[in-house]
Design a protein around this ligand. Structure first.
Ligand code: SUG
Length: 414
C-alpha cells in the first residue's frame, strides 16, 4: 500500500478528571475541581475517530496508560494509599490521551537514513505529564517495530520536549520530502515555555532531518494561553494555517519557508478578525487539517469554534473563498476541551505505509465497536474530585484498562 498519513488518536482513559494540573493551560485552570465524565469523554473521542474514517482517512489508536502510575509513585517513595493528594492527582492523570504530545515524527522522505523516525516526548515541564513517556515508548516500540521505523527514547532533562504539538511539517504531498518546523518557546509571560530549543535541535539531529527550521513561538501567544504551538497554528502538505501572532518573527520564518518550499500557501488569521483570546478559547487552530481522498482539504475542528461568532464568521468566509481549505467539520470533544485538548491534541500523525504498522494499533469501525463496548461497560461515568483518593476507583480504572488490553490482544502492555 502507498504511504499515507495515519492519525493515531489517544483513547481517552478511564481516569480522565479535572485536577487543574497544567499551569498556562487556561481551560485546565478554569475547570479545576469540576466533575469529569470519562465514559462520555471516551465516546466523544471514538466518534471523532469514526467521523475521520468516514472521510476516507486511515485511523490508528494509542491506549490509555496504567493509572494511578504506581511505579512513578514508588520512585517518589510512596504508594497510592500513602501519597500526598497532589502527587496522587499527578499519578492519576489521563493526559496521555493527547497523543500530539506523544512523540515527534519525521517521515522517511525527510530523513537521511530513509526510515521514519519517532522520538518519544519527555514532557518534563509538567509533573503529571513527565511520567507518560515510559508507557508511550512501550506502545511506540510495539506499533512501529518494523525496520521502516526508528524509535528513539526521550531527550534528557532539563530540555523540555512536548512532541508533535510543537512540530509542523510542510511538503508538496505527504510522501514527498518535507520541511520540518520545530517551534520552541523562550518566555511566556507568567506561564512556562514548555518546548526547549535544545530539545528541538536534538530531535532534528537524531532524526537526520535534512530541511529543518527552528522558529520561536511568540511570548504573547504563550502568555495568552497558547501553551503549545498547535493552539495557534497547524500545517498540512503545502498549507500553513496560523494566527498572525503565533510566531516571534514571522517575517523571517515565512521568508525561510518560502525559500525551501516555494509552493507553500500561508493562510493567516489576522488579530483584527480573531484575537488571540478568541483563538485560544475556540481552539480553531487545534484542528485536524486533513487532505481528503478527493484532494481537497478539510478542517476538523471543535464545536467551540462554531459557537464563537467571530471565529465562525471568519472561517465561513475563508471556505467560501478560493483558498485551499474547502470544508469545516465541527466535532464534539468537549470533555477533552475542558482540559485544553482539542481534536488536534488528541492525535499523532504518522506518514508511512500502513502495512508496516502493527495492525493492533490500526482501527476500523468493527474494532471501534469493540472498544466502544468496553468503554460503555467499564469506564466510570463520572469522577468527582474527592473520589481520586478512593481505592475502589483505582480498581475500576485498572479493570477497565485490563479489559481493553485483552480485547485488543495487547496483553504485553499490561
Ligand atoms: O498538557 N492538559 C494538557 C492538554 C494538552 C493539549 N495538547 C496539545 N495542545 N497538543 C496539557 O496541558 C490537563 C490536565 C489537568 O489539568 O488535569 C492537561 O494536562
Amino acid at each position: 500500500m502507498a504511504v499515507v498519513e495515519i492519525n493515531f488518536d489517544g483513547l481517552i482513559g478511564p481516569s480522565h478528571n479535572y485536577a487543574g494540573l497544567s499551569l498556562g493551560n487556561l481551560a485546565s485552570a478554569k475547570n479545576a475541581g469540576g466533575t469529569s465524565q470519562p465514559r462520555s469523554a471516551a465516546l466523544q473521542g471514538i466518534a471523532k475517530m469514526r467521523a475521520n474514517i468516514a472521510l476516507g482517512l486511515t485511523q490508528g489508536v494509542f491506549l490509555p496508560q496504567s493509572r494511578p502510575d504506581r511505579a512513578w509513585l514508588a520512585s517518589l517513595g510512596c504508594a497510592p494509599e500513602t501519597a500526598p493528594v497532589e502527587l496522587l492527582a499527578n499519578a492519576l492523570s489521563a493526559s496521555s490521551m493527547w497523543a500530539a504530545n506523544a512523540a515527534t515524527v519525521s517521515p522517511a522522505a525527510d530523513t537521511e537514513d530513509g526510515t521514519c523516525h519517532l522520538t518519544v516526548a519527555n514532557l518534563v515541564t509538567m509533573p503529571h505529564r513527565s511520567h507518560e513517556w515510559q508507557g508511550t515508548l512501550a506502545q511506540l516500540r510495539l506499533a512501529f517495530a518494523n525496520p521502516a521505523f526508528t524509535v528513539h527514547g526521550p531527550i534528557p532533562a532539563p530540555f523540555g520536549d512536548e512532541g508533535a504539538a510543537n512540530h509542523m511539517r510542510l511538503s508538496a504531498m505527504h510522501d514527498a520530502p518535507g520541511v520540518e518546523i520545530f517551534v520552541y518557546g523562550v518566555t511566556g509571560g507568567p506561564f512556562p515555555a514548555r518546548q526547549h530549543i535544545e530539545a528541538s535541535r536534538s530531535v532534528a539531529r537524531l532524526h537526520g532531518v535534512s530541511r529543518a527550521l527552528f522558529v520561536q513561538q511568540s511570548e504573547e501567544a504563550i502568555a495568552a494561553g497558547a501553551f503549545h504551538n498547535d493552539v495557534v497554528a497547524v500545517a498540512n502538505e503545502r498549507v500553513l494555517f496560523a494566527h498572525e501572532l503565533a510566531f516571534a518573527d514571522k517575517d523571517s520564518f515565512y521568508r525561510d519557508l518560502r525559500a525551501l518550499l516555494p509552493q507553500v500557501e500561508i493562510v493567516e488569521v489576522p488579530t483584527a478578525a480573531v484575537s488571540l483570546s478568541d483563538a485560544i478559547q475556540s481552539y480553531l487552530f487545534n484542528a485536524q487539517l486533513v487532505t481528503l481522498p478527493n484532494g481537497g482539504m478539510a478542517l476538523v475542528l471543535p464545536t467551540e469554534a462554531q459557537d464563537n461568532s467571530r471565529v465562525w464568521r471568519w472561517l465561513s468566509e475563508m471556505v467560501a473563498g478560493d483558498g485551499p481549505i474547502r470544508q469545516l467539520i465541527p466535532v464534539d470533544v468537549r470533555q477533552s476541551m475542558a482540559n485544553g485538548g482539542g481534536p488536534a491534541c488528541l492525535r499523532l500523525r504518522v506518514v508511512c505505509d500502513p502495512e508496516t504498522v502493527d495492525p493492533r494499533f490500526l482501527v476500523d469501525d468493527a474494532t471501534l465497536d469493540r472498544i466502544e463496548d468496553i468503554v460503555a461497560t467499564h469506564w466510570p461515568e463520572t469522577i468527582e474530585p474527592g473520589r481520586l483518593a478512593d481505592p475502589e476507583l483505582w480498581h475500576q480504572i485498572g479493570q477497565a484498562r485490563a479489559s481493553l488490553l485483552m480485547a485488543l490482544d495487547l496483553g504485553e502492555l499490561a
